[in-house]
Design a protein around this ligand. Structure first.
Ligand SMILES: [Ca+2]
Length: 295
């Protein structure tokens, strides 16, 4: 990297160039692959955490929608400017990571943002700060090529992998019940499934209210005496099963996709552990996601 002081002479020129660049170019409206991906994930009711978990093996530092979390400034030498410039550095990381953004545009924006941090009201007083900003700019301008190329290609493969994973999510839906419901969803062994239940149900005039984890009352009102009253149960109904066969407790569910082991295909159903559901009020909200990708 060039000496920090040799940068001073070109300081005004650089800032002028860069402000001019930003104000005179009107960027054409570009396709935005990151925003498109975010829309697609939101549409399917998938949380960013689910995507991060699915991508963890290949992109351990990913933080949806980026293949790697921006990590502030990485100055080649320890510098106290890393702290004030942190936001500008993070934006610069994100810019490099945005498919189709040019390196020059990212670097110029970086300098403008650092200059604003140095001089928020435009008096141009703090030349020490501006000198540091130019040094940071010159570092990325001269040595940032491999970072830029890596960010662009990693982000593109990340986006492709997230789309591929989304394609394996066979179904995502929300179901509501305070008694029994069949989802109609057929699940096979080796599918991975996530169930998240929330909400509150009043289990009767005097019984009280509870979450999908149920409440403790006289078990005479339970289908399953050993499970709390009102506990949310699930099963994958196999041919020939009776009404109370094959249920197991779900409660508020799981925070991750879990593999299902079944002897044969089954229909996902839910049951509230309350044998007098007619007096129930309110509903549990149950989100179901199924990942059919073969691991
Ligand atoms: Ca009841």
């Amino acid at each position: 990297m060039k000496s920090l002081f040799s940068a001073i002479s070109s300081l005004n020129q650089l800032i002028f160039f860069c402000v001019l660049g930003v104000t005179t170019f009107s960027m054409p409206t570009m396709a935005n692959p990151i925003a498109d991906l975010q829309d697609e994930v939101a549409k399917r009711d998938i949380s960013p955490e689910d995507v991060d978990k699915a991508m963890r093996a290949k992109f351990p530092k990913s933080s949806f929608p980026y293949y790697a979390l921006p990590n502030g400034c990485s100055s080649p030498v320890p510098s106290h400017w890393n702290i004030p410039f942190r936001n500008a550095c993070n934006n610069h990381d994100k810019c490099y990571t945005t498919p189709g953004k040019s390196k020059i545009a990212c670097d110029d924006k970086f300098l403008v943002e650092m200059s604003r941090i140095c001089d928020p009201v435009g008096y141009g007083m703090d030349t020490v700060c501006q000198t540091a900003a130019v040094a940071y700019y010159k570092a990325v301008d001269e040595f940032g090529n491999s970072n830029y190329d890596a960010a662009q290609s990693n982000q593109l493969s990340y986006i492709r992998d997230v789309y591929e994973w989304l394609d394996t999510l066979r179904f995502t839906g929300v179901f509501k019940t305070n008694s029994y419901i069949t989802t109609g969803i057929s699940v096979t062994s080796s599918d991975r499934i996530k169930i998240e239940a929330s909400g509150s149900v009043r289990f009767g005039m005097f019984a009280g209210s509870g979450t999908p984890n149920g409440i403790i009352i006289n078990p005479v009102y339970n289908y399953f005496p050993d499970v709390p009253h009102g506990f949310l149960m699930a099963r994958f109904r196999q041919p020939g099963m009776g009404d109370l066969d094959g249920w197991y407790p779900i409660g508020v569910g799981w925070d991750e996709l879990r593999e299902v082991k079944l002897p044969s295909q089954g229909i996902l159903e839910f049951l509230v552990n309350d044998n007098q559901p007619g007096n129930n009020f309110g509903e549990f909200r149950i989100e179901v996601t199924i990942d059919s990708s073969k691991k």
